[in-house]
Design a protein around this ligand. Structure first.
Ligand code: ATP
Ligand code: MG
Ligand code: MG
Length: 554
């Protein structure tokens, strides 16, 4: 197999190794905040981090960045683990930033003692004003030179719950005139009288992300801390916090940034996805229209196709927008190889084969997957009355209409050649039956001369007497705009596609009676479909996963 060229982070690791960095010290982490479900953007980060782990035989921790109890829940922790495993990755250790609350507190105390942190008791508005702007330096606030003893006493009081939320914060004492706004005495701790999903009511103060993240990397001895580009400006602060605690004998983590994944026709911020869920615009985080891993899974995406997609888009330092169709391309490639072919009719019209005996019934051989010889054959019942798709018939065929019409022949897949003879209409002129005759000698695979006759097209069908009615959910894009969250004057919710879900009754061949949830099929000429979790023994429910690239290929 041909080796792809190394992406820039692999090149950095290779360089580190060449310069003597011990391979045994390589360690990575995937650090989700459990404030929502994972989405396809996370998959890019996951494939990157775990890909490095596999390539260099190095551990990759799953670290929950759970420092904000206001937004985090156990449900999200569980979902994240399930999605990661489904994607096919196994973490070395399951860690939580909240496991480090005591250590982080102790380090904060140490920093106060060294004069590197202080308690500020102003309102956030006052602090914001003193912070200045990108072009204007900040100014020192009135509490910046509080005594170490007073700082220690206040910090302990904060920890013990002596003060209301918002009354004090702990700030790093760096430089209010720094050109990097993030270095102007950033917050390290705030008071939150909140219940935490793991530490309960133990803590009344919670560390800020910038403080907790780098120190957590250090605790876990992560060598390469990989994050997305919006953290470029945070690196200086990341390093400053490490400087305060770093011990020469340990591995010092380094931060590297790559471009996040942007996909068109969707949104990926967890805050926005949460809004879709909370406002019942979709049916939960795993709604098949969602760009979440669980939504894609329920829609019928395979883990393999998502990994392949991440491999194809690569890892770079410049942001761009990837076309959703690339994800669908990777999916089709996988399903084309692996999904058995079956016949289903979603918009039925009745066909009567007038020269086929009334009580006759045949059991015909149908190939399960021409892309996979080992998939074998199945039996499909054939009889006098069938359903075909309504759009596969026109009384009078225009030029290049390769389907059924009066006086013209088509082949029924795996069966016979039929010829349109006449139609039956209701009072409104709608066609209720199509009467056809069949060429008795033309059975597919029989080897007869008639079986080899070339006709204009091949149609899928189901025998009415044997067909199983099923619910089919057909999806369209969730948004009508390519970049729904990029508009200054409008909200992303202004671009919802109000027709993104259509529910129809379809008729499937009886071999599908025994399917299980998430079984995947190609409904011939229609697309790929999988069995939804809402299916019951009495009523099967299918999701349309994705259409066929070329519905007329066969
Ligand atoms: P969101 O804005 O959707 O809430 P986040 O970055 O806040 O995303 P985290 O749970 O902190 O979500 O993300 C965990 C990891 O996944 C981080 O390292 C983050 O950089 C990465 N990540 C998140 N979104 C993307 C994306 N669109 N492309 C690549 N990586 C991403
Ligand atoms: Mg984050
Ligand atoms: Mg976020």
């Amino acid at each position: 197999t041909e080796e792809k060229s190394l992406h820039f982070i692999e090149q950095i690791v290779e360089e580190n190794l060449a310069n003597g960095f011990p391979q045994d010290n390589l360690r990575f982490r995937f650090p989700p905040e459990p404030n929502g479900y994972l989405h396809i953007g996370h998959a890019k980060s996951i494939c990157l981090q775990f890909g490095l782990g596999l390539r260099y035989n190095a551990p990759v921790n799953l670290r929950f960045d759970d420092t904000n109890p206001a937004k985090e829940e156990q449900e999200y922790v569980d979902a994240i683990k399930e999605d990661l495993q489904w994607l096919g990755f196994q973490w070395a250790e399951e860690r939580y930033a909240s496991d480090y609350f005591q250590q982080l507190y102790d380090w904060a105390v140490l920093m106060i003692k060294k004069g590197k942190a202080y308690i500020d008791s102003q309102s956030s508005e006052e602090m914001a004003i003193q912070k200045g702007t990108p072009t204007q330096p900040g100014v020192d606030g009135p509490y910046r030179d509080r005594s170490i003893d007073e700082n220690l006493a206040l910090f302990e009081g904060m920890k013990n719950g002596d003060f209301p939320e918002g009354s004090h914060v702990l700030r790093a004492k760096i430089d209010m005139k720094s050109t990097n706004m993030l270095m102007r005495d950033p917050l390290m701790y705030r008071i939150l009288h909140r219940h935490h999903h793991r530490t309960g009511d133990d803590w009344k103060i919670y560390p800020m992300y910038d403080f907790a993240h780098g120190e957590s990397d250090y605790i876990e001895q992560v060598s390469h801390s990989i994050c997305t580009l919006e953290f470029v400006m945070h690196k200086e602060l990341y390093n400053w916090f490490l400087d305060q605690i770093y011990d020469d004998n340990k591995v010092r983590p380094h931060q590297y940034e790559f471009a996040r994944l942007n996909l068109n026709y969707t949104v990926m911020s967890k805050r926005k996805l949460l809004q879709l869920v909370q406002e019942n615009i979709v049916n939960g985080w795993d709604d098949p229209r969602m760009p979440t891993i669980s939504g894609l899974r329920r829609r019928g995406y395979t883990a393999n196709s998502i990994r392949k997609f991440c491999e194809n888009i690569g890892v770079a330092k410049r942001e761009n927008v990837i076309d959703f169709s690339l994800l669908e391309f990777c999916l089709r490639e996988d399903l084309n190889k692996n999904a058995p072919r079956v016949m289903a009719v979603l918009d039925p019209v009745k066909v009567v084969i007038t020269n086929y005996p009334l009580d006759k019934e045949e059991s015909l051989d149908a190939e399960n997957n021409q892309e996979d010889e080992s998939a074998g054959f199945r039996k499909v019942p054939f009889a006098r009355e069938l359903y075909i798709e309504r759009e596969d018939f026109l009384e009078v065929a225009p030029a290049k209409f390769f389907r059924l019409s009066i006086g013209n022949e088509v082949r029924l897949k795996n069966a016979y050649i039929i010829k349109g003879e006449s139609v039956v209409k209701d009072a409104d002129g709608n066609i209720t039956e199509i009467h056809v005759t069949y060429d008795t000698d033309s059975l597919s695979g029989s080897g007869s001369d008639a079986s080899k006759r070339k006709v204009a097209g091949t149609l899928h069908w189901v025998s009415i007497a044997h067909a199983v009615p099923v619910e089919v959910r057909v999806y369209d894009r969730l948004f009508i705009d390519e970049a729904p969250d990029s508009h200054k004057e409008k909200n992303f919710l202004d671009f919802m596609n109000t027709n993104s879900l259509k529910i129809v009754t379809g008729y499937v061949e009886p071999s599908l009676k025994t399917v299980a949830v998430d079984d995947k099929f190609q409904f011939q000429r229609l697309g790929y479909f999988n069995v939804d979790k809402d299916s019951t023994a009495d009523k099967l429910v299918f999701n349309k996963t994705v259409g066929l690239k070329d519905a007329w290929e066969e």
